[in-house]
Design a protein around this ligand. Sequence first.
Ligand code: MG
Length: 380
Amino acid sequence: MKDSIGRIELADCFAREAACLAPFAMHSGASRGRRIPEPPHPYRGPFQRDRDRILHCAAFRRLSQKTQVFTGHQLGDYHRSRLTHTLEANSIARTVGRALRLNEDLIEALSLQHDLGHPPFGHAGEDVLDESLREHGGFNHNRQALRIVEELESRYPGFAGLNLSEEVLDGQRYRGDKTAAGPKPLLEAQVVDAADSIAYDSHDPDDALQVGLLQLEELETNPMWSEAARRVRARYAQLEPLELRRSAVHELIDWQVSDLLAATSQRLAERGIDSVTAATGCGVTLVAPGAELLAMKLELERFLHARVYRHPRLLAMRRQAQDRLRAMFVGYLARPELLPRSFAKRTAEHGLARTVGDYLAGMTDRFANQEYRRRFAPRT
Ligand code: MG
């Protein structure tokens, strides 16, 4: 349907979804809307707008300089950053969502949002902020993502935060507390969760090999990797180690996505899921790998935890990052006049400790290192 000057009307977004999406998908027209009501956009649906708001926010761009597993230039520039991890997870989630006829716009908004709350230096940084804010409610990257999109981003004159649709906020609320009783999240949010896991279970072995924390022979002792490598060798008999590695990573993604689609479709069919309410109220997570692959994924994750995430080289970098962040937390508490004005004016309402936490959490690895050296490093 077009209006008088030939623009496609918003109704087409709803009509398109009605024609394409499965009955258990979240349809934009059924959204609970935004905290502050806004007029509909002439040609973008509500979840498309959410996706764009997230993509254009400062916290999203900062993901390019934030640690996924490996920090910055000390280990070269091959490995994933928080941003490239997010884009890989997003791509996988959209593939899964389209195959299941779910709402891709909502999936994209949720996946671009999912890691926005990570502080500098990954989980090492998160642990320091959690410990520093213990008496003020602690720190968690999932909850921090909500603080960012609900209040910290300042991009629109009419409201603080991004004023996202309730379904996009709900997806992030669920990530913060997955053990909560009550209905399960929308299938779109379940897809993003599964895609996040597929992305890191595939790219972390690749990065670990590239930066030399792991040797191919060691990884071959893991059943999931060796099965992926076996499948590749069955197609290509003679491969250089590097070629094998790259093909095995692709195989890992393809295998996990195919398994996820098969296992999920089977659950949907067996339970006769025919609506959003049926999907969220059935008491189980419907978008999940099959039991056999799930066991292999858990074993791969244990392997990576022991051999990669706890590798002495990473632990040394982790300690240095934590010492710096701790010194900065104490430093800004002692000298709040160093806070930028936009944060300083939040202290009256949110308290100094939380405000310092928000400021530090927003920093990229690079900016945190720079500010540490400039203001807080011991003078020699
Ligand atoms: Mg992630």
